[in-house]
Design a binder for this molecule. Structure first.
Ligand SMILES: [Zn+2]
Length: 293
């Protein structure tokens, strides 16, 4: 076991104990909101089982929307579980567990990675690829304008191919039919939305929303901002694209049923492969409160 995992578990255990003793979670008014990407099976199952043991019941994003619109007080601890990017390993590591423990999940699914199999950052973080683009060496690729990103990305794709990591269209379509799965919007190409021009926002949000509705045959009205990045213009176009609820990556906060902004819903990240105690502390958001980014 690595030192990082051991540190995470000891610290996580202390923070979780602290949460259990002193938490300000008001079950009448707060909803715990979490998201994962490509979790190991045991990370997903341990986290879900821990929250169940602590009395949380899980609701879908559709139920969440109704609750937020009604603003009625809740009955008992409530939590929501979302996953970003439609990683293919979710099919083995998440779906069977969610079904077994009756956890409704929403999977925010970007169109282009489903079509092509890989997320754009795969190339921008690949050492071999980067060696051919020395000007990018000290650049954060998330700061590039979307058109610059696309120029590089096109060249990179000509140089190197990666194996599929994201679900296929057929897989997304089969998941959309499961009663406990909701497919949510996650743009066309997973750009950093504030780096987009108005035209790019239109295709990333409006057109991509329509494509996903056609793929799944369902009315998709919930989305997550890639990388959690948004601004007022992004919110305006997202609403026009038919999304009436959107998740950020703001951590360490509960969704407050009385004051929630439906286009700025917070979520705690549970990383793919940390230990059991750290995963619990992160799911509860107590880790992020102590270790602010
Ligand atoms: Zn994403």
């Amino acid at each position: 076991m690595s030192i990082r995992i051991v540190f995470g578990n000891i610290t996580g255990a202390i923070l979780t104990l602290g949460w259990n003793l002193f938490n300000k979670f008001n079950p009448k008014q707060h909803i715990l909101s979490l998201y994962l990407h490509n979790p190991q099976k045991n990370v997903f199952e341990n986290t879900v089982l821990y929250l169940k043991k602590k009395g949380f019941r899980f609701i879908s994003t559709d139920d969440l929307q109704k609750l937020l619109e009604q603003k009625k007080s809740l009955q008992g601890r409530t939590a929501i579980v979302t996953l970003d990017d439609a990683w293919r390993d979710n099919l083995q590591n998440v779906i069977p567990i969610a079904e077994k423990h009756q956890v409704p999940i929403t999977i925010f699914t970007p169109i282009q990675p489903v079509e092509e199999g890989v997320m754009w950052l795969r190339w921008f973080r690949d050492k071999e690829t980067l060696s051919k683009f020395p000007e990018l060496a000290n650049q954060n690729p998330k700061r590039l304008s979307t058109s610059r990103r696309n120029e590089y990305w096109t060249k990179m794709k000509e140089q190197k191919r990666f194996e599929r990591e994201i679900m296929t269209i057929n897989e997304v379509q089969s998941l959309a039919k499961l009663p406990f799965v909701t497919i949510g919007g996650h743009t066309y190409s997973h750009p950093i939305l504030p780096n987009c021009t108005p035209e790019e926002l239109e295709s990333e949000l409006v057109d991509a929303g329509q494509t996903m509705r056609t793929w799944t045959g369902t009315d998709i009205h919930v989305m997550a901002y890639p990388n959690g990045d948004f601004n007022n213009e992004v919110i305006a176009v997202s609403k026009r694209a038919g999304f009436d609820m959107a998740f950020t990556t703001e951590e360490g906060r509960y969704i407050d049923i009385r004051h929630a902004d439906l286009m700025r819903l917070p979520r705690n990240c549970v990383p793919n492969a940390f230990g059991r105690q750290e995963s619990r502390a992160r799911a509860l958001g107590v880790w992020q409160k102590v270790f602010k980014k």
